[in-house]
Design a protein around this ligand. Structure first.
Ligand code: NAP
Length: 373
């Protein structure tokens, strides 16, 4: 091998995650190993596995590893609902300032999904809004003090038995997510960027988001006059997405709407098993599927690893491994289209039954076999 043909090895932090995380991670590793890219995985545990091994949910070693390698791939992590510890996913995004969450929803032929030809890329602000984690428990001193201030300033009284979550949306945070969406649109020859908001009701948060997004868009008018900018109120955007998804191109959303609308977009193209994501900051990037840990499927070799594999494809592109990324994408598209080795969720959508579905491992093996041809 000449020096020209020696491939660069990329060191990447790998967090298998909880629930179905470990099995979809094994499937993903097999596919990426066959992609032609040289990836050295540095495995780190967070969540339940870390708690068991170290007594901590998010050991410092995980953050150190991501900061060192600058690129990470993560399976889903469980968060208790309505009580217990705060989301580790949200913590990772905040601590590493991964302010851009990119969630593509793109149709594959042969899924049997309700729509064909969907090609939406959603940009979600990842650090602010009701996701900022500024919450006060019912009956706490925080609720009492904030209620007093609110009543003093506005005359509105908050019920004594209320909990409170704050929704900060800043000019700084909005500018950088809109710039990320516009830069993506310019670089990828996209035709339209739609700003999603609820500015009619929340004038000082979503109203600010809309105004600042429009200001940033105006700064791109000279370099990209062909990109259309529009905006929609989030509720109507949801209606439009399910009636005319082909009308959408790039979406930019505040944090909470981005979370919800991206799951809707995943449904348009066939479900969470197919929805990848990337969290990008100035220093680090963390790739992860949109879906959660699906605990009831854990350890059963049933779940669809495509969302994680497609997240790895996004990671390969980020690392400059374009041809490996394209090869994996093409192999996935072919295997799904042929339908001979697909997981239960795709089989259910395509044939109306899960009979004859392949397991997680067998589906990955079919992709690996296709890559080796
Ligand atoms: P979920 O784990 O995403 O699962 C919801 C449903 O989506 C599953 O029952 C399954 O539907 C389908 N699904 C999800 N992943 C799939 C896959 N790989 N292949 C095929 N189908 C898949 O959502 P959840 O049950 O609400 O959340 C479980 C836990 O995950 C919670 O603790 C939550 O906080 C956490 N979570 C973590 C992340 C993250 O790590 N970034 C994101 C979201 C949620 P069917 O049963 O209909 O087939």
């Amino acid at each position: 091998m000449t020096s020209d043909t020696v491939k660069k090895t990329h060191k990447v932090t790998l967090i298998p995650g909880d629930g179905i995380g470990p099995e979809i991670t094994e499937a993903m590793k097999a596919v990426i190993a066959a992609s032609g890219a040289q990836i050295e995985w540095e495995v780190q545990h967070a969540g339940e596995a870390a708690l068991e091994a170290t007594g901590e949910l998010l050991p410092d070693a995980v953050l150190e590893s991501i900061r060192r390698n600058k690129v990470a791939l993560k399976g889903p992590l469980t968060t208790p609902i309505g009580h217990g510890f705060r989301s580790l996913n949200v913590t990772l995004r905040k601590v590493l300032d991964l302010y851009t969450n990119i969630r593509p929803a793109q149709s594959f032929r042969g899924t049997g999904a309700r729509y064909d030809g969907v090609d939406i890329v959603l940009f979600r602000e990842n650090t602010e809004d009701l996701y900022a984690g500024i919450e006060f428990e019912k009956g706490s001193e925080g609720v009492q003090r904030i209620s007093d201030v609110v009543e003093d300033l506005t005359g509105v009284s908050i019920r004594e038995d209320a909990g409170l979550s704050l929704k900060p949306i800043s000019v700084f945070g909005t500018r950088r997510i809109m710039k990320a969406a516009m830069d993506y649109a310019v670089a990828n020859d996209r035709k339209k960027v739609t700003i999603i908001h609820k500015a009619n009701i929340m004038k000082h948060t979503d109203g600010l988001f809309l105004r600042v997004c429009r200001e940033v868009a105006a700064e791109y008018a000279e370099i990209a006059p062909e990109i259309e900018i529009d905006d929609l109120i989030v509720d109507f955007a949801c209606t439009r997405l399910v009636t005319n998804p082909e009308r959408f191109d790039v979406l930019v959303c505040p944090n909470l709407f981005g979370d919800i609308v991206s799951d809707l977009c995943a449904g348009l193209v066939g479900g969470l098993g197919l929805a990848p994501g990337a969290n990008i900051g100035e220093d680090c990037a963390l790739f992860e599927p949109v879906h959660g840990s699906a605990p009831s499927y854990a350890g059963q070799n049933l779940s669809n690893p495509t969302a994680l594999i497609l997240s790895a494809v996004m990671m390969l592109r980020h690392l400059g491994e374009q041809s490996a990324a394209e090869r994996v994408h093409k192999a996935i598209a072919e295997i799904i289209d042929e339908g001979a080795a697909i997981t239960y969720d795709l089989m259910r959508m395509r044939e109306g039954t899960t009979d004859g579905a392949s397991g997680t491992k067998e589906y990955a093996e079919a992709i690996v076999e296709r890559l080796s041809r």
